[in-house]
Design a protein around this ligand. Structure first.
Ligand code: XIL
Length: 349
């Protein structure tokens, strides 16, 4: 609740023509939306959306009202933009960027180099190429995409999942083998040349729960800093697959270590599935714990990986139909986790 002091003309005596000023108080409700609460806290609140959702008027109205940032869920991935070698198609990504611009939502470009996903988020055809051609193709793809959106997409997840699955080493994949040991810095340099004004990020998963992997991420950031690579930020995906929040303090500690290296930090893909024994209330507490720790330690953005429980990737990924890991239910109604995240944002304002 915000109290505003107002000065008003209260009485006018005809003869003396005096005006008396009195002070009244007006109660202004705190913002009802995550976006409004995030604006007050100076925090971007983002959502991943697929272009297919743009036809759903209720979903788009909700997304624009509740979120100030947007990540294209798949549409900027190499496997979508260049499914066929040398045939570039920005149609779906352009639709999402236009939607974001229309609603003043900041786009997180996702993602340019995702070596672990060759044959998945990366095109199949890349797997068959000799290393020198992979290297050339990675460079051209970065140039094409970052160049296409220059001035419109303010930040990129340049390298997704640079650390091996469980840590503690850099990932070994067709792209890292082709580019050599400095592949992450190489990709950052190339993206920087394509848009010197864009923020450049790396993005990693499971670091909140795997200490060795967190150490490897911090070591990578130290190396990139020492090499003078144009790294601006580190995204923590924060898919909480187990259905439980991380150990209390884990997020705060990791964010603090990263911030000490002078990089921006964001939660980029948050979801928290329901599992046996959890309730909507424990889910709400889990979301609140993660967001609170992150903001207190200096995160500047929290993005959830999907708008509502009808549209989460986790159902397919975990082979279930009922993970319900997001902030709105299947009928687009806010869940208890929406309220708890909003409270945390308002408390940070
Ligand atoms: C997921 C999408 O949500 C799915 O639709 C797709 O089938 C696979 O990729 N980490 C990432 C995201 O960085 O790009 C992934 O998105 C989820 C895990």
């Amino acid at each position: 609740m915000i109290l505003l002091a107002a000065c008003s003309s209260a009485s006018r005596d005809e003869a003396a023509t005096t005006t008396t000023m009195t002070t009244t108080t007006t109660e202004v409700e705190a913002p009802a939306t995550l976006r409004g609460a995030g604006d007050e806290a100076g925090v971007r609140v983002g959502v991943a959306l697929p272009a297919s959702r743009l036809d759903d008027a209720d979903a788009t109205a909700l997304a624009a009202a509740e979120f100030s940032a947007l990540t294209p869920e798949n549409e900027m991935k190499w496997s979508v933009v260049e499914a066929e070698r040398d045939v570039i198609d920005f149609t779906a990504a352009d639709e999402l960027v236009a939607f974001a611009e229309q609603h003043d939502m900041a786009v997180r470009g996702h993602t340019l180099v995702w070596g672990q996903a060759v044959g998945n988020g990366m095109p199949d055809w890349l797997a068959d190429l000799p290393p020198d051609e992979v290297r050339a193709e990675v460079g051209v793809f970065i140039d094409e995409v970052v160049g296409h959106y220059r001035g419109r997409v303010p930040r990129w997840d340049v390298v997704n999942e640079p650390i091996s699955l469980a840590g503690p080493v850099l990932d070994d994949n067709p792209i890292s083998r082709a580019l050599g040991p400095d592949w992450v810095a190489w990709a950052l340099d190339r993206a920087h040349a394509a848009d010197p004004d864009a923020e450049l990020w790396i993005n990693e998963h499971s670091v909140e729960s795997l200490p060795d992997k967190a150490d490897a991420l911090v070591a990578l950031v130290e190396d990139l800093r020492a090499a003078g690579a144009p790294l601006d930020g580190v995204g923590l995906q924060t898919h909480l697959f187990s259905g439980a929040p991380p150990e209390p303090g884990a997020i705060a500690e990791l964010v603090g270590r990263l911030r000490a290296l002078d990089v921006r930090v964001a939660i980029t893909e948050l979801d928290l599935p329901l599992v046996d024994g959890s309730t909507l209330e424990t889910q709400a507490d889990g979301f609140a714990q993660v967001v609170e720790e992150c903001l207190a330690a200096g995160c500047e953005e929290v993005t959830v990986w999907g708008l509502d429980d009808s549209a989460s990737w986790l159902d397919a990924f975990l082979g279930r139909t009922d993970t319900d890991p997001l902030l709105f239910d299947e009928d687009l109604r806010p869940k208890p986790a929406h309220a708890s995240v909003r409270e945390v944002l308002l408390a940070a304002a």
